[in-house]
Design a protein around this ligand. Structure first.
Ligand code: SF4
Ligand code: SF4
Length: 205
């Protein structure tokens, strides 16, 4: 007959009267380490829905959906079932505060459709061709940072006037309508602005 060694016997008796080594999670919360990279969350006040985080996400976890002109929105959907918690979105956020990786790790859900969070904002469209330029929050953020320098950029200058109600935003034109000289005072996408700038006949009129 084999007898237990004294050391094991001592451990067995001690464990009978000591508290369990394992935690009581989920009954008792078990916070993650301070630098733990868990669920990423948008900050409604700081995110300008520019979409830079979607462009840098290596896992393609941030989906960008843009509705058409004239009243469409841009929506960013973060699918955290695809997220690899790399932190690139937070590191490259335009405003530096728009998205944060929180210490939340308990992310189990019953279906993939529940594993998502989103943020959205109205788009600003080219008043000539109707292509989306960026969101209203994004333009407002740039205007706030640039101050008087916005007067060197027609889009920013005109958008700032629409914001204070001095002029009204215009709807995009019908397809095929040519650019006119007065379109310098419209909000134009980079392609139409370039076309406008390079049009030779302005100087001849
Ligand atoms: S502000 Fe930051 S979090 Fe918001 S869309 Fe831009 S990069 Fe993403
Ligand atoms: S942590 Fe990485 S994978 Fe997850 S949403 Fe941000 S960039 Fe994408």
């Amino acid at each position: 007959m084999k007898y237990p060694k004294l050391r094991e016997l001592k451990e067995a008796i001690t464990s009978l009267f000591s508290s369990p080594y394992t935690t009581k999670y989920p009954k008792v919360p078990s916070p993650a380490a301070p630098n733990y990279r868990g669920k990423a969350e948008f900050d409604e006040r700081e995110c300008v829905v520019c979409g830079a985080c979607a462009n840098v996400c290596p896992a393609g976890a941030i989906e960008k959906i843009e509705e058409p002109a004239p009243y469409g929105k841009r929506r960013l959907i973060l699918h955290y079932d695809k997220c690899i918690f790399c932190g690139q979105c937070e590191a490259n956020c335009l405003t530096e505060k728009g998205i944060k990786l929180t210490p939340k790790y308990d992310l189990a859900v019953l279906s993939r459709n529940e594993a998502q969070i989103s943020i959205e904002d109205k788009l600003v469209f080219c008043e000539h061709c109707g292509q989306p330029i960026t969101t209203r929050k994004h333009l407002a953020w740039i205007i706030e940072r640039l101050g008087p320098l916005i007067f060197s950029n027609p889009n920013l200058f005109i958008f700032s006037l629409t914001q204070i109600g001095l002029i009204k935003e215009k709807l995009p034109r019908e397809v095929g309508v040519p650019l006119e000289r007065a379109d310098n005072l419209r909000i134009l996408c980079p392609k139409c602005r370039r076309e406008f700038t390079l049009k030779e006949e302005w100087g001849q009129k």
